[in-house]
Design a protein around this ligand. Structure first.
Ligand code: ADP
Length: 396
């Protein structure tokens, strides 16, 4: 069948639509008034019987071509469980109105087809049929009920599309995660080997010239950077799979922070790292993970500020938690960046081409902090510098 229009039969209001739409179509085709009324009445009568049983019938109206002859056709789909009997007046009346009437049963559905021949004198061709289809789609609504119905159809189509988009983007996300997990594992193996060789060469450093010593240090520094990036990729894929594992320990916070600061001083030698700590407290943390948080904040502070400026690492005590804060005098950020810095893969527009990075560090750091029962936030002003703070509950 060449489908021209479709009406979902939900309630009695749809009978009016089925009748008027059939009437309009047969009129447009050029059938006689008697044929128009007969066909439209058959369509609305059969629809009446179905609506009495279900609100999920679907009426399709269109054309059928047999040989060189066209027929006007109505097809009504409904659930197989519905039994039409002698009590269904519309069903019996419709059968008497149209010359061709068929009831077929498929798997889970039933279908009633009704056909009436179109005189050969009426010329139907592709152009005319396309016109009928376009008219049915774009014609003005028959009544307020059809306005609402069309709006609903549009809305449910949009929501279906959204649903599909969500499913598609979830699949893409899963593939991306799989790729990140695989890539980071693949990168980790050769990197471990490079690290081992560098250490081996480093052990016989004394036999080397200053130039070679300098080169070994450079390899060491770059391998550490690469190793950090691979660690971040691994963490992201673990976080996506919901398994960032922690090994919690009771630790004295001040000595822990001092150790991280000492290590970071070598990594950011061009900045003046100042450490100001409050009274020492015990905290329950995963030292490896918390070191990752602090070194990420310090690394960013150095990366996004000029050489020779001060980076301040401080702590202060509150009621049952401690606040750790890293401040710099760097490029700072605008409101949009302040809102988005903790999002996965976010990088501010103004650093995209000037500073290397993948936008994973703060996303991971904030997740580690929340997993420790704390929270992380940023205060910053463009051109003036930034302060990143996080809290960690004190151990009781
Ligand atoms: P990356 O530094 O690898 O891009 P991060 O997740 O650590 O990833 O940081 C995300 C973004 O937040 C950075 O790209 C940068 O735009 C901004 N940002 C982070 N730290 C600072 C800082 N101290 N000063 C200014 N901008 C920062």
């Amino acid at each position: 069948m060449i489908k021209i229009l479709e009406i979902t039969l939900e309630n009695e209001m749809d009978l009016v639509l089925a009748y008027k739409r059939s009437l309009n179509l047969t009129q447009q085709i050029g059938l006689t008034v008697a044929t128009q009324t007969t066909f439209a009445t058959a369509v609305s009568e059969i629809s009446r019987s179905i609506i009495e049983h279900t609100d999920s019938g679907i009426m399709m109206i269109g054309l059928e071509k047999q040989g060189d002859r066209y027929f006007i056709k109505a097809e009504l789909d409904f659930a197989a469980g519905i039994m039409l009997t002698a009590d269904d007046e519309g069903y019996h009346y419709a059968q008497r109105l149209v010359p061709e009437f068929k009831l077929e049963e498929g798997s889970g559905t039933k279908k009633i087809s009704m056909m009436m021949g179109i005189p050969r004198s009426i010329q139907l061709n592709k152009l005319k049929i396309d016109e009928l289809i376009a008219d049915a789609e774009h014609s003005a609504s028959i009544n307020a009920y059809e306005v609402l119905k069309r709006r609903n159809v549009k809305l449910s189509r949009i929501s279906e599309q959204r649903q599909e988009e969500i499913i598609r983007s979830k699949l893409i996300d899963e593939k991306k995660n799989e790729f990140i997990a695989m890539a980071s594992h693949e990168l980790k193996t050769p990197l471990t080997v490079i690290k081992a060789y560098t250490q081996l060469v480093g052990m016989s450093k004394n036999d080397c010239s200053d130039r070679i010593k300098g080169l070994i240090e450079k390899i060491d520094f770059q391998t550490a950077k690469l190793s950090n990036l691979i660690q971040q990729m691994l963490d992201i894929s673990r976080m996506e799979n919901g398994r960032l594992a922690y090994e919690m320990k009771a630790v004295g916070l001040n000595s822990f922070i001092d150790d991280v600061a000492l290590m970071m001083k070598h990594i950011m030698p061009d900045h003046e790292l100042q450490v100001r700590l409050s009274t020492d407290v015990m905290v329950q943390i995963d030292p490896f993970r918390l070191e990752q948080v602090i070194s990420n904040l310090l690394g960013n502070a150095a990366k996004y500020s000029n050489k020779q400026t001060v980076v301040l690492l401080e702590s202060s005590l509150a009621e049952d938690y401690v606040i750790v804060k890293v401040s710099d005098q760097g490029i700072g950020m605008d409101e949009e960046s302040r809102r988005s810095v903790f999002d996965k893969f976010y990088r501010a527009e103004d650093v995209l081409h000037s500073h290397a990075g993948l936008g994973m560090g703060l996303y991971i750091a904030s997740k580690i902090v929340t997993d420790h029962g704390g929270k992380m936030w940023v205060e910053s002003e463009k051109g003036k510098g930034s302060s990143f703070s996080f809290t960690i509950p004190t151990a009781t």
